[in-house]
Design a protein around this ligand. Structure first.
Ligand SMILES: [Zn+2]
Ligand SMILES: [Zn+2]
Length: 384
């Protein structure tokens, strides 16, 4: 199959100027874009042809050779890009990768700098750390200063952070030629990814430091004093800027996040800023009324007046005896729920008194008495 003339392929005159060639090629590339040519099987071949023509004509030397000798100038399989750094994967001549060359060429600036340039990433920011801290409800009420042991990494003393045994200089990464990034094709786009060989550092180490395995930093526990403010809840996050993992080779450190978990309390149940608590009350106090003392979260006790005739389950509110609001004024309330206790282990004297009480109750509460009698009758009939 005879090759078409490169100028014809791009639809321009012989000997056209560089900017004219580029413009024509841009137009062709748009025309032959895979998105517009889903049902044109020839588009791929046409695009390859245009690509090949452009590869030659954009290069002053190749263009001069072509103008002079025609296709004969490149006999022997010249054609594809050339000058492409190794290690990018993707076979030459594959449609997607060919297209990516176009996009490199046309929109290379947008993709983050030229191929040969610097952009070397030596230092990188340390990772953020998460630390789960469990505190008591009392701690959450009052706030507390805690010293925690944070596992973190610090500069390796053995290699002074270089990562190389004996402090030797690291060498340029062969995969990314020191750029720290590699390009890969996805469809017809080129995406830049962090280099997998050097993790974006642009450098590799021949003899990694034994102490740190080449990372330039070692793990260490660090004691850190943390201020836990009043009012924290399970799920509260406290950020300590710059207290995270050390940066890689001089990069800034990450942040430390403390995730609070407030432990269950044996007496109090928390509902936002309010506290709930069940308080046992003797049958006598519940019936006659009286004062009781209830424990509060601040460690003290509060006196509560129980009205006479209180039933089990009655709720009472103690204002401002709940939890403080986090980072703000205000205090929740404490709600107590009365649990009337039935007396047990009665002496025969107490039993007699209660029977006497029962008999007397008929006078001021006859309905209650007859109700219990009917219930008793019901149960007896079930048994019998
Ligand atoms: Zn690399
Ligand atoms: Zn080291």
């Amino acid at each position: 199959m005879s090759k078409r003339d490169y100028y014809d392929v791009l639809g321009i005159k012989k000997g056209a100027a560089a900017d004219e060639i580029k413009k024509a090629y841009r137009t062709k590339a748009k025309e032959l874009h895979p998105d517009r040519n889903a049902d044109n099987p020839k588009a791929e071949d046409q695009f390859k042809e245009a690509n090949e023509a452009y590869e030659v004509l954009k290069d002053a030397d190749k263009k001069a050779a072509y103008d002079r000798y025609g296709h004969a100038a490149f006999e022997g399989g010249m054609g594809g890009g050339g000058g492409r750094p190794s290690g990018f994967g993707g076979g030459q001549g594959d449609f997607a990768s060919a297209f990516s060359d176009v996009f490199d060429d046309l929109f290379g600036d947008m993709m983050g700098g030229g191929r040969g340039g610097g952009g070397r990433q030596r230092a990188s920011r340390g990772a953020d750390l998460r630390y789960n801290l469990r505190v008591t409800l009392e701690d959450a009420y009052a706030g507390i200063q805690k010293t925690i042991q944070v596992p973190t990494s610090v500069q390796c003393g053995s290699c002074t952070g270089s990562g190389a045994e004996g402090g030797a200089e690291p060498t340029t990464c062969p995969t990314c030629s020191g750029m720290g990034k590699v390009r890969a094709t996805q469809g017809f786009f080129t995406v830049e990814r962090t280099c997998p060989t050097c993790s974006g550092l642009g450098q590799t180490i021949k003899n990694p430091c034994k102490e740190c395995s080449g990372a330039g930093r070692v793990h260490k526990e660090r004691a850190l004093s943390v201020n836990i403010p009043k009012g924290v809840e399970t799920g509260t996050r406290i950020r300590l800027a710059g207290e995270g993992e050390a940066g890689l080779r001089g990069g800034p450190p990450g942040d430390l996040y403390i995730f609070i978990e407030v432990a269950q309390h044996e007496l109090f149940e928390r509902d936002g800023v309010h506290l709930h608590c069940r308080v046992p009350v003797s049958m006598i106090v519940a019936a006659l009324g009286g004062n009781i003392e209830v424990p509060t979260i601040d460690g003290g006790r509060s006196r509560v007046a129980i009205p006479n005739g209180s039933q089990s389950g009655r709720q009472m509110r103690l204002r401002a005896k709940g939890m403080p609001a986090l980072r703000g004024a205000g205090q929740g309330d404490m709600f107590i729920e009365l649990a009337v206790e039935t007396p047990v282990n009665l002496t025969s004297r107490q039993k007699d008194l209660l029977r006497e009480f029962e008999d007397l109750s008929e006078d001021n509460n006859p309905e209650s008495k007859s109700f219990f009698k009917s219930v008793k009758g019901f149960w007896d009939s079930m048994k019998g």
